[in-house]
Design a protein around this ligand. Structure first.
Ligand code: KG4
Ligand code: ZN
Length: 347
């Protein structure tokens, strides 16, 4: 049976719509929002307004590109949270009206679960491997940093998380300190390609267990640059590649050492004592340094790794449609009275 789901994502500053047929994506359309560039971060009020402007054209394009008619859709799935409330409300309200208008079920999706479930999207040939349960996922975005143990599609447990800044924030705040525009993560990644990662060292956070802390790193970077700028006001400009490579290597190093620890701790869950499969998800999973580090660990330690394609790393509706399909199969539909939630529910 062909099940067509429309997915809608509007939790932060990307308006996205996608159509999935069972577990194969037919279209995935995203409109970004340049209005935040000069503000050094996302301005919630402006984000809601831009979603309101973009949502209809983005959805129309997604349905057109999928080459289906609206009345072929089996359900509409939307991001319920976590995210900016005003932004979430735009997607939720549209999805409710659409579900009423077409008389199809409405499915509310958790954004963080959807990032993880993006690993189950199949290519048209259905040949790409997908992770085996139970597996681990390092979810790293602008708002979250978590290590999640996934036992089944919707049976997820957060086993480690940040106690302060998220990894994406560590990238973005470091970039801001260097005078780079928002979002700085992709810019640091680009500058780092031409830099020496061992040129500068910064204090690594010292926090036990599987939790993370990034706020100290940001402060250490800030103080280091403040001291250097006193000696040479052109220090950042002259060293921007090495600075980017060094801060990126520090953040990636922290993520990788906690992931290695988590794989060791969860080894007992594998029937044959192997490492569990390991995936990465969220905006920072687009980082080329993190991707390389993971590939290295695969080659050196035999990790079975899953890295999402770039279009499913940062915010996208394909992952919402994918999660929607799994809920559709379970018959888990939401009511017209469900409301968005701004904070994480703990995966
Ligand atoms: O998942 P996402 O698109 O939105 C949230 O749910 O937060 O993640 C956005 C975050 C931003 O902090 C952005 O700087 C970071 O992901 N990011 C990157 C890269 N691409 C996006 N960070 C480092 N390197 C990248 N290539
Ligand atoms: Zn996200």
């Amino acid at each position: 049976m062909q099940t067509y789901i429309l997915g809608i994502e509007s939790s932060c500053d990307d308006t996205s719509a996608a159509v999935i047929c069972n577990d194969v994506i037919l279209s995935n359309v995203t409109a970004g929002q340049d209005v935040h560039r000069n503000f050094g971060g996302v301005v919630p009020e402006l984000a809601s307004r831009a979603h309101q402007q973009n949502i209809i054209p983005v959805i129309e394009t997604a349905i057109q590109r999928a080459n289906i008619r609206k009345n072929q859709l089996s359900a509409v799935a939307f991001t319920r949270g976590p995210g900016l409330l005003g932004s979430l409300l735009v997607g939720a309200s549209f999805a409710k009206a659409f579900s009423l208008g077409l008389n199809i079920p409405l499915i509310g999706i958790d954004h963080l679960q959807a990032h993880i479930l993006s690993h189950f999207i199949r290519n048209k040939e259905l040949t790409n491997p997908v992770p085996e349960f139970p597996f681990l996922c390092l979810t790293v975005s602008g708002g979250h940093t978590q290590i999640v143990l996934i036992r089944d599609y919707f049976d997820m447990e957060v086993i480690g998380q940040t106690i302060d800044d998220a990894a994406g924030e560590a990238f973005d705040k470091s970039a801001k300190i260097m005078g780079l525009p928002y979002p700085g993560g992709p810019l640091i990644d680009k500058l780092a390609l031409e830099g020496d990662p061992s040129r500068f060292t910064f204090a690594k956070p010292n926090i036990g267990g599987l939790d993370f802390s990034f706020s100290g790193l940001k402060t250490s970077f800030l103080y280091f640059l403040r001291d250097e700028l006193k000696k040479d006001p052109g220090f950042i400009e002259k060293n921007k590649n090495d600075l980017s490579a060094s801060i990126q290597a520090t953040i990636v190093g922290v993520l990788m050492s906690k992931l290695a620890m988590a794989l060791e701790v969860t080894r007992k869950l594998s029937p044959v004592g192997k490492f569990l499969d390991v995936a990465i998800a969220g905006g920072v999973s687009a980082n080329s340094g993190l991707r390389r580090a993971l590939e290295d660990a695969r080659d050196r330690n035999g990790w079975n790794i899953f890295i999402p394609p770039f279009e499913y790393s940062t915010d996208n509706a394909a992952m919402i449609a994918m999660a929607g399909y799994f809920k559709f199969l379970k018959g888990e539909f939401g009511s017209q009275s469900q409301v968005p939630y701004p904070r994480a529910k703990g995966a």
